[in-house]
Design a protein around this ligand. Sequence first.
Ligand code: ATP
Ligand code: MG
Length: 563
Amino acid sequence: MTASEADDETAPASDFIRDRIRADIESGRFDGRVQTRFPPEPNGYLHIGHAKSICLNFGLAAEFDGQCRLRLDDTNPETEKTDFVVGMQEDLAWLGFEPAKPPVFASDYFEQLYDWALDLIRAELAYVDDQDAETISANRGGFTEPGVDSPWRDRSVEENLDLFRRMRSGEFADGDKVLRARIDMAHENMQMRDPVMYRIRHVTHHRTADTWCIYPTYDWAHGQSDAIEGVTHSICTLEFDSHRPLYDWFLEHLDLPGDRPEQIEFARLSLTHTVLSKRKLAQLVADGVVDGWDDPRMPTLRGMRRRGYPARAIRALCGHIGVAKMNGVHEIELLESFVRTELNATAPRRMAVLRPLKVVIENYPEGGDEQREAINNPEDESAGTRLVPFGRELFIEQDDFMLEPEPKYYRLAPGREVRLRYGYFITCTGVVTDEAGEVIELRCSYDPATGGGQAPDGRKVKATLHWVAAASAVDATVALYDRLFTDPHPGRDGTDPLEALNPESRELLTGAKLEPALADTEPGTVVQFERLGYFALDRDTPQLFHRTVGLRDEWARIQKRAQ
Ligand code: ATP
Ligand code: MG
């Protein structure tokens, strides 16, 4: 791989995987080589859970001067598509990882896997079973109860070879037969009870088209693919822990040169209020709950990209979390805090009013067109300043005014004076209401002596408001987002996570007003709307801004509460 621009943030110096790799290098195992892989199934787009695996696998390769390849694990033709293959490569590149070599596919190895299956049959280590899937499952037994041998378990080698070849040639219907490894139906590990290696699927495959109608299972394809590629450390998530003996068993019973790859498990990434399963995410798309895989509410990399999350923030999160051996759930606020930290340093500040309330400054000259100087990013002096037009008619936020202010409400109210950021002090002198009594316009006066941000006589105001001049305002639509799932742990206790969907996860504000500088924003750019948060300009729809994240550091609040 080419090193990402930020390897420093992706990896803590030491953890159980790195310790193991160091030990292997020292002992000369694998001739000191380190080769990993990232093996997604192309049945959806990548999500933030995958990002953790990517940062780990590519990060290890970079650290130990090895290599990491992208392998598309395409053994289930029903749900896999070339679009996903292409999309996964785009997402990987966006995250900052460009594999040095082109991607590989489990389907590249179908012929080799088939030949090896024949070898296992010849060694009486695999057999064709005529039982249907239900019977096979029922006869597998339980944790305390051994499985039941299939009546077809002792078929002769010749009969098995003949049947398996005929399975391949398309003689049988889906589900008529499977090929199983012949291990031990009483094995204490259920995975070892004659696991299925091939099933019949008369389905067109996105790469091999109709060449095959038998497809290998994950267990049969995965370790063998690792071996073919020369993978040394095959890193997967904890739920594959019980598959490891099977992973090793297959490799031990094949005639392979050199050291066999080793499977190592680590804890998967989980976040509160988030579902990370491609199948469930696909359902959200299919049901129209979200606009697509790149909907800004999706935990997919393309959703986060569209929402304005910097790839660097995602890598920083993965590095921060590190690798663990115990599954745990991280707060979504932690991710948002990395996003905020990154954007605070990089995002230009602008002014925008989301729910406008008109203000007329009665003592300001008609037709005056004054330009006020505003700082682009207080965190980055090199970002410089810009000019923001001021005028007699302005917009402020509706909630920056209260007709009858509550205690501790310090913003604008009748008779009260506040500061306009980069503008002047204004005092509310009158209120215009509609027939229903709703405030539709404010009348104000301004103090021309306060253009420096302070009053010469030293009088203080308790609030500073953002604003946009009406004459030059640019119209925009702003999408505000809330959690996609109200429950912090959607799907906990075996419920369907989609039951925990938040019906109000998006609010579209169609009447937002922006300062004119925002009209020149490059699509995809994230800016800070002063006092409101960070907002990303959509890549496709002009003048549509997505709220990336708010300004308040919720993560700090959570940590404080936990102390
Ligand atoms: P999904 O349920 O989203 O489809 P999966 O594990 O079936 O997840 P794959 O496409 O098969 O998805 O996974 C590709 C790689 O990414 C695997 O090595 C897998 O272990 C890893 N991975 C998937 N989800 C996570 C996660 N939440 N945290 C860490 N790694 C993950
Ligand atoms: Mg999967």
